[in-house]
Design a protein around this ligand. Structure first.
Ligand SMILES: Cc1cc2nc3c(=O)[nH]c(=O)nc-3n(C[C@H](O)[C@H](O)[C@H](O)COP(=O)(O)O)c2cc1C
Length: 171
């Protein structure tokens, strides 16, 4: 799939086919994260691959805005070790995984884990307390009717500024 096409078509997916994710597709998703850029090439990522149904269910039960993790065939927890710019590095890897998954016919959803949920998920996954759990991304092949399909965007003219902040493109 062309990069531009994938970037424009990608949407958050919260409903998945029950089919297992192929090993090759999983490897591509993990490689996509591995080849992301990071500050001073620190590569501070740890990726916890979760396929065990009971564990997926347990995480889904904790995540208030990510209950669908329980029904996904696969999830990957993004964990950061100490780094210069962990948020940026995490975001770069996440986005690459997301677009890679999309091009493989899959989808995912960033799940926000507030403090208490974050702590409980870390316990379930045996993640050391000093490490930062950013999110748990569920992955699965997408159906045609995935929720969120129509998420619109603001017009470019609203976010683009020409030469100075006060000037927007016209037309
Ligand atoms: C930082 C961040 C946190 C998000 N948290 C959640 C979440 O907890 N649960 C959820 O269902 N979607 C979550 N989302 C998905 C957004 O709602 C979604 O990306 C946005 O509505 C745009 O839709 P699209 O991804 O389909 O283009 C999150 C996205 C981002 C980038």
């Amino acid at each position: 799939m062309e990069v531009y096409e994938a970037l424009k078509a990608r949407r958050t997916v919260r409903r998945f086919k029950p089919d297992p994710v192929s090993d090759m597709a999983l490897e591509r998703i993990l490689e996509a994260a591995r080849w992301a850029p990071s500050s001073r090439n620190q590569q501070p990522w740890h990726l916890v691959v979760i396929k065990d149904r009971e564990r997926l269910k347990a995480v889904g039960e904790i995540a208030r805005t990510g209950g669908f993790i329980a029904d996904a065939p696969l999830a990957i927890a993004i964990v950061m070790s100490d780094a210069d710019q962990p948020g940026m590095d995490a975001g770069r890897a996440l986005q690459q995984m997301e677009v890679m998954a999309w091009s493989e016919g899959m989808g995912t959803c960033f799940v926000t884990l507030p403090n208490d949920e974050n702590r409980r998920v870390k316990e379930i996954l045996d993640i050391p307390v000093e490490m930062d759990l950013v999110t748990v991304l569920p992955f699965g092949y997408r159906t045609d009717d995935f929720k969120g399909r129509g998420t619109p965007r603001k017009p470019l003219a609203e976010m683009v500024h020409l030469e100075s902040f006060g000037r927007h493109p016209t037309g």
